[in-house]
Design a protein around this ligand. Structure first.
Ligand code: DGT
Ligand code: CA
Ligand code: CA
Ligand code: ZN
Length: 579
């Protein structure tokens, strides 16, 4: 989708022009065009081919030329010039959340910064407060943001890693000589961010697989290569570790390289107590040295008197005891998911139309899909006025009226305003099947105030779930302060579910918080928060994250088939006597 690239280029154009204190009208034109392009329903290249660029609102002659230039050359000459003109550190500064062009200007002019490290040092030394428009709080926020950005650069998001892992295993499986292949490491455990991607293959001659891999397009640079392992950097700059073993050791190697390290330590200690030794080649009797397992991962656990432990649980968080007591939970699986709830269309800030999103949900084999666009307060997301919402509800009903066995739920993602007031009046909420209540403003409020907003929202009889309950954005924004035990109590008491947002930038609730919710008897809902049809596939991540929360079907709203789901949705409203 080229429009996102062009939008990013335009947004940077606007930032750099503003840094240079250029004409405000030009700045605004670029910024607005960037927003329009982000939300463009059609394909930009198709529009350009059809000479239709000038029909896009806000795109005049000049911007249309710029788009054509970008599509033809992959760059904008004007932007390249500007990038050369500003001090190099400015581009880095603008990458820090909370630092815009005006702030960057003050920082470079007054502190003569050369690097982000300089900024970090200045902030630590308390040199930012006192600059025009800076308070101690802004200084602290910048420091936090720098830390987040650094962490984000060190680890990749789960979706990026997942895609790479799929491509790697697909490549391995069609490589001559390879018998089996699997992802391993933190990716197989579905951690929220991934340091490097680990993959494993078995073959009669492992060295040959390693050789081919180092010559493959995945290896832009080879860091290290031996007979059984290689570490490479992909063209995208990501590290991949490949291990290749003989088929007899595949299970033992898979167990070892899946980790976590802490889980493996526990496992080895257990082995020693039983007179056994576990390593990446197999399970051995200590005394005789005889090999008793290794080909299958399940056999490794079995040799230690344990059932196979799902990778998502291998974090040394009670899984070993549960396994030994034969009390491992039956975890949710992809096939148990009957639908998705928090899905946007181009009526608000999604890319695809209602029709496209609805069909995409149907194609995934879902029984239902809750369409939840934004409410009016979220202006940057083109939130729906009451009139537009009512038209939207009609269109949703018209769609599923034509379908058998597939139902669109009329929903909305409704902003939780000050003191927990909802962004639509109750009478309007009552017209909806499903309401996601979300906080999109006031993130820096004190804990008591945020908690009050969430609690009051949950007390609203029409609020079905709380969306992205902590508000964090991985690598960009810390969670807001909240009294989580209080939130859990009220969620349980009011029958409000909590979202496990599966968008890779959010993954909110975290796995630990979701586990606490489940243990408190609170219902969880996995939602992709899709803004385009392919994002419905984030469900894969959501299921993995729910498994990390030890969740089975009974804890998840989306495991209810349509009829019991509708009954569940009616329960909260009936309990307070509004329906
Ligand atoms: P990451 O890459 O930081 O997201 O996390 P992991 O868990 O993928 O860690 P990584 O890539 O360093 O190693 C993959 C697995 O290999 C790890 O989960 C367990 C195993 N492993 C690696 N080094 C050691 C070690 O020194 N001791 C033990 N017991 N296991 C190790
Ligand atoms: Ca790893
Ligand atoms: Ca690794
Ligand atoms: Zn949303």
């Amino acid at each position: 989708m080229k429009q996102h690239d062009v939008a990013a280029a335009f947004a940077q154009m606007a930032d750099l022009l503003e840094y240079e204190a250029e004409n405000p009208f030009r700045i605004r034109a670029y910024r607005r065009a960037a927003q329009t392009l982000e939300r463009l329903p059609g394909d930009l290249e198709a529009l350009a081919a059809g000479e239709q660029l000038r029909e896009i609102p806000g795109i005049g002659q000049d911007l249309a030329h710029k788009i054509e230039e970008y599509l033809a050359t992959g760059a904008l000459a004007a932007l390249e010039q500007l990038r050369k003109k500003v001090p190099p550190v400015v581009l880095e500064l603008l990458n820090i959340p909370g630092v815009g062009p005006k702030t960057a200007k003050i920082l470079t002019d007054q502190l003569h910064l050369k690097t982000v490290q300089d900024l970090e040092a200045a902030a630590r030394a308390g040199k930012l407060r006192g600059l025009p428009g800076f308070q101690a709080k802004k200084e602290a926020n910048i420091l936090k943001a720098i830390t987040l950005v650094k962490q984000g650069q060190e680890r990749m998001d789960l979706w990026t890693a997942w895609g790479l892992g799929q491509a790697l295993t697909a490549w391995l499986e069609q490589t001559p000589g390879v018998k089996r292949a699997s992802i391993a490491g933190s990716l197989r455990r579905m951690r929220e961010t991934i340091g490097d991607v680990d993959v494993l293959a078995s073959a009669a001659t492992p060295a040959r697989v390693i050789e081919r891999f180092c010559a493959s397009p995945f290896a832009a640079r080879v860091l290290a290569a031996g007979d059984t392992k290689a570490s490479v950097i992909t063209p995208q700059g990501v590290q991949v570790d490949l291990r290749a073993v003989v088929p007899e050791s595949f299970g033992a190697a898979l167990q070892y390289f899946t980790g976590s390290k802490e889980h493996n330590v526990q496992l080895r200690e257990r082995a020693i107590r039983q007179g056994l030794k576990v390593n990446e080649y197999g399970v051995y009797e200590l005394k005789s040295g005889k090999r008793i397992a290794g080909r299958e991962e399940a056999d490794v656990y079995k040799a230690l008197g344990l059932p196979w432990i799902p990778p998502e649980l291998r974090e040394d968080s009670g899984e070993m005891d549960a396994a030994a007591a034969r009390q491992l939970p039956k975890l949710v699986e992809a096939k148990d998911i009957c639908g998705d709830f928090h899905v946007h269309t181009n009526a608000s800030d999604g890319r695809d139309s209602l029709d496209v999103m609805a069909r995409a949900g149907e194609a995934k084999g879902y029984e239902y899909l809750a369409i939840c666009d934004h409410s009016p307060s979220l202006r940057i997301a083109n939130g729906l006025s009451i009139e537009r919402l009512r038209a939207h509800i009609k269109a949703i009903k018209a769609f599923h009226a034509r379908r058998k066995g597939y139902r669109l739920l009329a929903g909305a993602e409704v902003d939780i305003l000050a003191e927990g007031k909802m962004d639509y009046p109750d009478a309007v909420l009552a017209e909806l099947d499903f309401v996601v209540g979300s906080i999109h403003s006031g993130f820096s409020q004190p804990e008591a105030q945020i908690t009050r907003r969430l609690v009051n929202a949950m007390r609203n009889p029409y609020v079905t779930i709380i969306g992205h309950p902590t508000g964090r954005l991985l690598g960009q924004r810390e969670p807001y302060a909240l009294d989580y035990p209080a939130v859990l109590r009220v969620a349980k008491e009011t029958g409000t579910a909590l979202e496990m947002n599966a968008s890779p930038q959010r993954l909110d609730l975290t796995d630990t918080m979701a586990r606490q919710a489940r243990e408190a008897g609170v219902m969880l809902a996995i939602c992709t928060d899709s803004h385009a049809k392919e994002q419905l596939d984030y469900m894969t991540l959501g299921v993995g994250r729910a498994r990390r929360a030890w969740a089975g079907k009974a804890s998840l709203l989306n495991c209810l088939p349509l009829t019991p789901l509708l009954a569940w949705l009616g329960k909260k409203r009936r309990a307070v006597g509004v329906h």
